[in-house]
Design a protein around this ligand. Sequence first.
Ligand code: ATP
Ligand code: MG
Length: 410
Amino acid sequence: MSLSEKKLIQTSPRLGETRHLLVNYDEIALKGGNRRYFENRLRKNIRAAIKDLGGSHIQPRFGRFLLRLAGETSLDKVCQRLSRVPGIAVYSPCLSTSADLDSVKTAMDSILEPLLEKGEEPEHFAIVSRRANKELPFTSTEANEIIGAHVQRKTGWKVRLKNPQLPLYLFFVNNDCFLALDRLPGPGGLPTGTTGRVVCLLSGGIDSPVSSARILKRGAEVIFIHFHSHPHTSLASQDKVRELAERILPPGCSARLYMVPFAATQNRIITECPSRLRVILYRRYMVRAAEAIARKEDAHALVTGDSLGQVASQTLENLRTIDSVSSLPILRPLVGMHKAEIINDAKLLGSFATSIEPHDDCCSYLMPPRPATRSTPRQLEAAEESLDTEGEVRKLVEASDVEILRGRLD
Ligand code: ATP
Ligand code: MG
């Protein structure tokens, strides 16, 4: 925990009393004419993420939002939620006062006093001012100097402008000044629901939750599909997938999960087709069923957790053989990532611990000893000749159960 994080927590009851947060958004600023659409969606998503925590009011203010919390709302809980809402770049719990420097000094004192009482002594500090309102009778530099001198007199702390250990932020917006100890990170990216609908193929492993989370952060609305081999695989592995989906979804966001029973299709593949092509055949049928569901759901792409060359089914040749059965694009957000990078992302996302719980995946069921690393669409078409592909896909879609899942609130 950094010094400023530690201090934020120590002073949050005081900051909490004022009930204000400033929320800065990420790429929305680049969206020109569509900006209002992205802002409205982000506002709606923030409201949904914190709705159950008590009253709040969200107001657009010069390219950011000002959140005002009602008395009973827990600041810590609101912060936890905001850190998971795509589209938020940074947010700051703030103390609010009017934009004159005497009021700012008084408000600053109320932040400093608890720090001094606890004997906190940063090696250095700096005042970092930002002005949205250029009509104020002082510049940012003047505000930095005047409030900085005040803090120095009060505390005896040293000033360092570059990389200070304790930055003290002043945001001047309209006739208000907001004082903050921290700028806490949101996930960044675009607000969920602004870039279209996709279908994510979610296994119980490490990779596919990370790939789904990446596409959510690009503003997509997701529908999950999981293929299971019950009764060959346990019901616990389906619970695991539900848990992963709930961890990936932002709080306040819901999504459909299609649970597709895959065992009968697998049995036919196992008895009728060459064993070396088994996993690629599984994938082709998964992709076909996913495409049929995507069309039903008006989704425009499929998303998988493949990473080039990671396993036999993810060589370039096999990916091409798999892609050739889909007329929708298959997005692979992890294609260029190393496993260690994916694991790191999974840990940050909070899905890793669930992903590594032991489970029986449908694809490890009767895994061939030597899976093909190279294949061609023609080879696979020949292998599928004895199967009724159209009927198979129809049965998969018809047999699927649809559930509604919600992003976790803890
Ligand atoms: P993961 O860690 O996500 O399971 P993986 O590296 O083990 O991925 P594969 O098992 O080859 O890779 O799966 C590749 C991709 O195919 C997965 O990331 C996922 O998108 C999809 N997939 C695999 N099995 C299933 C399944 N049972 N249900 C839904 N999608 C699946
Ligand atoms: Mg897997």
